[in-house]
Design a protein around this ligand. Structure first.
Ligand SMILES: *Cc1c(COP(=O)(O)O)cnc(C)c1O
Length: 391
């Protein structure tokens, strides 16, 4: 064992001592629950439940069924099940749409011979993670344009090979697609399911029931974003028959999703996190974040060439301190500013708007710990002041 091994750490084992022993540098996460920047901090309740769960053994089918029922209860839905992240939920949705509860079909995937394998997706709902829908062997039929789509175009695309209709809810999605309730009516008139990716749409907590009430049959959420369960978890909510198809197509059963297993500890962690998440007073939580973001905005608002404001809307799930670089801005664009924040001392990860226009970035308070909002505001101010002078 090398002298830097975890067992060789003298004194308390801390997150910091672990990464120090590996030579990995920490960063302040002021950009939200981005997976590449290690997601979100699991709630203490989740960590405690994971540790406690490691003491027992169970039949995983029984545990998953019971945990699904509990999630349905906590979230106010008819049925639910657990997945490996919202991405895992997309794979399971597609498999369920094609194979349903047919054991031969389930074990045949990703070879889709002899079963409907087309998923209809609006071009405005294409998204970096949507290839997960293709993992179990399905294919996309794309309809509409990146900005809009008419319901008739979807109707015309439905045929004997259609397995389901995809719907995305995500920040910065075009508003001009087919509204979910209309899409659901169309799907159901053909006996097809609506598969919804709503991974990052929490909070607001009301979204836990909104998309199922609007008719989606399976809705995928992340457990590792603002819910603050284990990073690797997610959950599907929806109609009982479709949740059952999802469960049958999901790990730990052998099949195309077997690589997506979720441990009993992670299941307990997600349950505890969801219980805690739904018990939070959302108004008080929002006020706390808004106060923190107002503090950041106050530090930078007078810097010439930019505008700073707190935004909290469909695109910003909690209050964010958003900076927009205007025409009179003399410095570099958002990606260079974000790079400077990340290579600063401390290293700070910030969120950027990946669209070329507007030139915009923001601070997300979800992962900030005590004292960090002050550090983030100070460094952001210093870097922006220097950049505003054209450096
Ligand atoms: C975050 C996200 C995902 C992936 O969720 P994970 O829980 O990280 O697997 C999928 N789709 C959308 C729209 C997302 O925002």
């Amino acid at each position: 064992m090398g002298k830097n091994s975890l067992m060789g750490i003298t004194g308390d084992l801390t997150g910091r001592s672990i990464i120090d022993s590996l030579g990995v540098e920490p960063l302040i996460n002021a950009g939200g629950p981005n997976t590449k920047h290690s997601g979100s901090r699991p709630r203490p309740e989740a960590i405690e439940a994971m540790e406690a769960m490691s003491e027992v053994f169970v039949d995983m089918d029984e545990l998953l069924l019971a945990a699904g029922e509990r999630i349905a209860e906590i979230t106010g839905n008819e049925a639910a099940t657990i997945t490996s992240g919202a991405s895992g939920g997309l794979v399971v949705q597609a498999a369920a749409a094609m194979a349903k509860d047919n054991p031969e079909r389930i074990s045949q995937l990703p070879i889709t011979d002899g079963m409907p394998n087309e998923l209809i997706i609006q071009r405005g709902h294409r998204f970096v993670y949507d290839h997960l829908y293709l993992a179990p062997g399905s294919r996309f039929v794309e309809v509409g344009r990146p900005t809009d789509c008419a319901i008739e175009e979807i109707g015309e695309a439905i045929g004997p090979n259609t397995a389901g209709l995809i719907h995305l809810e995500s920040p910065f999605k075009s508003e001009l697609g087919v509204p979910l309730p209309e899409l659901a009516d169309l799907a159901h008139s053909h006996g097809l399911p609506v598969l919804a990716d709503c991974a990052s749409m929490l909070p607001p907590r009301e979204n836990l029931t909104k998309f199922t009430q609007q008719g989606a049959d399976l809705v995928s959420f992340s457990g590792g974003k603002a819910v603050r369960g284990p990073q690797s978890t997610g959950f599907l909510i929806g109609k009982p028959e479709w949740i059952e198809y999802a469960r049958l197509n999901n790990a730990p059963n052998p099949g195309v999703t077997r690589a997506q297993k979720v441990s009993k500890e992670e299941i307990a962690g997600l349950l505890a996190a969801l219980e805690a998440f739904t018990a939070v007073d959302e108004e008080a939580e929002t006020k706390k974040y808004r106060d923190q973001m107002n503090f950041v905005v106050d530090q930078i608002t007078e810097i010439p060439g930019l505008s700073a404001e707190v935004m909290h809307n469909y695109d910003h799930y909690i209050p964010h301190a958003v900076v927009t670089f205007g025409e009179t801005w003399k410095g570099p664009g958002y990606s260079e500013i974000a790079d400077r924040m990340k290579s600063g001392s401390p290293r700070i990860y910030t969120a950027v708007d990946y669209r070329p226009e507007p030139d915009r970035m923001w601070i997300d308070p979800l992962n900030l710990q005590d004292g960090e909002v002050e550090q983030v505001a100070e460094q952001f101010r210093n870097i922006l002041i220097e950049a505003a002078s054209g450096n």
